[in-house]
Design a binder for this molecule. Structure first.
Ligand code: MN
Length: 491
């Protein structure tokens, strides 16, 4: 039996503002509980909200970058429910007239060439965050209202995703975009990006398509857990359907919580419907009118976005889509670094390889972003250029790079002191090849007897020649001369 997985995401993103959505209260993370509060965040009687203009502009910027349609007129609504982390007993949100509708996010291909494509968006709206409850200590629950009232952007996708890997890729790309826009730090551990996933199956059964009840998964606190929870839920729904045959018509949408240690989802509640929230227009806030000049001004503030940057890396530097993506998806610092390197060398592919392999490895080990990397991009460009012009061979180049990182000395000093220079003299290399052959008669015997494969023998002897030349020989020339000599033996 065959089924299609249908996934949609709901992402809440904390906007990087200094003050809260509807008051001047601060938003700094990590302060002692209930020290970032004010009468508005505490929901004290008689207080009135005032909209944070910066938050609205960050929201506009995001929606424009997501190709959404901006509403000329938008208002606020009260979403009513009682919970200890919500002192007003309602959340100010947007219901029927959100500031933006539609839009899409283009997801790049995965490393294995699968996935990719466009994920439609249903809406993006603005709201305020709730406080945080900590259950546990001595049977008590504690309420921290530092987070209450922090601006949140809710991004709802269409059910366009078809696998857990798609969902993961969508989140990766969304986070990258939000960081490029500078609207959020998207730190999942700090709760500034939170994600719920809606999932069900379309099962092909006797020429009919049957949809299983939709489940919303909560408590997803890492991208990895999003993938795991979706995989689990797909299996669970299929198995359950085989047993009880219940479809979307027989059951309400269910909310389930992901338990990461157990690797399962557990039922939480039947999902509230909009009617349960008794939405009504927020009487304490004026609607927002967004005119074209405002939209134009915000649009002009959007810099180059990840997808445009990938295309430019492919078009201007001839990088493969794979390489362009690796450089871009690592973050702005990496793409900026490559951009600077590419300004001073034309060896783009080589530069891209070295950044991906050597520079990023060291940066990761030392937990450095590339704007703080000890080898500046201009120096890497200089070094890569020398390798590209065959002044140094690849191994020498790598050694020099290692020394640049360790010592911080100037490139010329390291090259001179280490005597790094590639030997490309044909006679000199031919002599080394002859010497290597003379010193290794056993290898030649094995080749003649067919005991060892020609490639293996050639590889071994190449290593010997490189040793004899102190690692300085031009590897291509060694391969050529060695190949010609060996061909004589196998006739
Ligand atoms: Mn929400």
């Amino acid at each position: 039996m065959d089924y299609t997985i249908i996934i949609g995401l709901e992402v809440h993103v904390q906007l990087s503002t200094e003050s809260k959505m509807f008051s001047a209260c601060g938003t700094e993370f990590g302060l002692p509980p209930n020290t970032q509060t004010d009468p508005v965040s505490l929901g004290l009687p008689g207080t009135l909200p005032v909209m944070n203009g910066k938050a609205f502009e960050l929201a506009l910027k995001t929606a424009l970058a997501l190709h959404a349609e901006i509403a000329p007129f938008t208002k606020w609504d009260r979403k009513n429910y009682y919970y200890p982390d919500l002192p007003k007993n309602y959340q100010i949100s947007q219901y029927d007239l959100p500031f933006s509708l539609g839009g899409w996010l283009d997801i790049p291909l995965q490393k294995d060439g699968s996935g990719g494509g466009r994920c439609g968006l249903t809406r993006v709206h603005l709201e305020e965050d709730t406080g945080k409850l900590t259950h546990g200590s001595g049977g008590f629950s504690e309420v921290d209202l530092n987070r209450a009232g922090i601006p949140l952007l809710e991004i709802v996708t269409e059910p366009d995703l078809r696998s857990s890997a798609d969902a993961r890729a969508c989140l990766d790309e969304l986070r990258l975009l939000l960081r490029y826009l500078g609207v959020s730090d998207c730190e999942m551990q700090e709760g500034s990006l939170r994600c719920d996933a809606n999932v069900n199956l379309h099962i092909e059964d006797n020429g009919q398509t049957i949809a299983t009840p939709i489940v919303e998964i909560k408590n997803l606190n890492s991208f990895r857990s999003v993938e795991r929870a979706l995989n689990y839920e797909v299996e669970r729904q299929f198995t359950k359907w085989k047993v009880d045959g219940l479809t979307i018509k027989d059951a309400f949408k269910e909310t389930r919580g992901w338990s990461d240690p157990e690797g399962i989802t557990k039922p939480q509640r039947q999902k509230e419907t909009a009617a349960d929230y008794r939405y009504f227009p927020e009487p304490d806030l004026v609607p927002v009118v967004v005119d074209q000049p405002w939209i134009d001004r915000i649009r002009a503030s959007i810099g180059e976005l990840p997808s445009a940057r990938r295309s430019r890396f492919e078009a201007d530097y001839g990088l493969s889509p794979y390489d362009a993506n690796v450089l871009v998806e690592q973050g702005q610092d990496v793409a900026d670094y490559f951009d600077t390197v590419a300004k001073t060398t034309n060896a783009y592919k080589l530069a891209s390889n070295w950044i991906q392999q050597d520079i990023l490895r060291v940066a990761k080990e030392r937990k450095l972003t590339l704007d703080k990397f000890p080898v500046r991009p201009e120096t890497l460009a200089d070094l890569v250029g020398r390798v590209d012009r065959s002044e140094l061979n690849t191994n020498q180049g790598r050694e020099v790079l290692g020394k640049l990182i360790e010592t911080g000395e100037p490139l010329d000093t390291i090259i001179e002191a280490g005597g790094y220079k590639m030997v490309s003299n044909r006679d000199e290399i031919a002599a080394a090849v002859d010497a290597a052959l003379a010193a290794n008669p056993k290898a030649i015997e094995d080749l003649k007897d067919g005991k060892k494969k020609p490639d293996a023998v050639k590889g071994f002897l190449r290593g010997q020649v490189m040793k004899l030349t102190g690692g300085k020989a031009d590897p291509a020339l060694v391969g050529e001369i060695l190949g010609t000599k060996l061909a004589e033996f196998v006739g």
